[in-house]
Design a protein. Structure first.
Length: 70
């Protein structure tokens, strides 16, 4: 696994996505030296597309309403 700062990753994100897709080697993106996210290739069938049923027992997350004037 490679490591990179969020500042560096932001500048070349498209190239990083292509690299991870090609090689399959994940990339850990850090903020202030602390791991923030891992960029990795998604396996076939791992993500459900809209309109597909969710598996039994899958957790759902509630979206918060945006704050603002009104």
């Amino acid at each position: 696994m490679r490591f990179m700062t969020v500042t560096n990753a932001k500048a070349i994100l498209t190239a990083l996505v292509a690299e991870v897709e090609e090689t399959g080697v994940p990339l850990c993106i850090t903020r202030n030296g602390i791991p923030a996210v891992i960029l990795r290739k998604v396996r076939e069938g791992e993500i459900l597309l809209a309109g597909e049923e969710t598996p039994t027992g899958a957790e759902t997350t509630k979206r918060r309403k945006p704050r603002g004037k009104g």
